[in-house]
Unconditional design. Sequence first.
Length: 211
Amino acid sequence: MDTEKVHILNHPLIQHKLSILRKETTGVKEFREIVGEIAMLMCYDATRDLQTKEIKIKTPVANAKVRVLAGKKLAIVPILRAGLGMVDGMLNLIPSAKVGHIGLYRDPQTLEPVEYYCKLPPDIEERDVLVVDPMLATGGSASAAVGFLKKRGVTHIKLLHIIAAPEGVERLSREHPDVQIYCAALDEKLNDHGYIVPGLGDAGDRIFGTK
């Protein structure tokens, strides 16, 4: 595992909110809201290296030199369906970002990803892309999503996951060593069904109330 490419965000607010997500008794409304809040906090950290430039403005008091965003524009690409729960929180911080969607499901027998939908902004290759999915389990879906983006010319990709398993991190580090991974927790392992332990269950079911 390349620790330089894996960023575990241990901010107290993130860790407190994550403890609520993990609870079996947390209801759909609260779960959904907290996923968005954690995503916003993670986005703040994952965008630390955005380029800025200096401009001059006039305040009500005097002229001032300030810094504004420069360089490539951003895109947020959730992996459907659970990734949708992270998008709104991130758009609160970067409302000008465009949003693409990649639809993947995990074959219950092979645990490998199967694509069923992919819709991206037409200028995706000109953007820095944040791929979001609450859970990084086997790493199959995330690796496939990164592969789709690279085939379309995207060169700067970051992955944002609320919880990751070592198996998924190892796979991404092996198959896409150039991609940085941001997560709120690196959990113990995967169980025999491909679920993260201790995890928080099925994030999609808990976000959308379909369990």
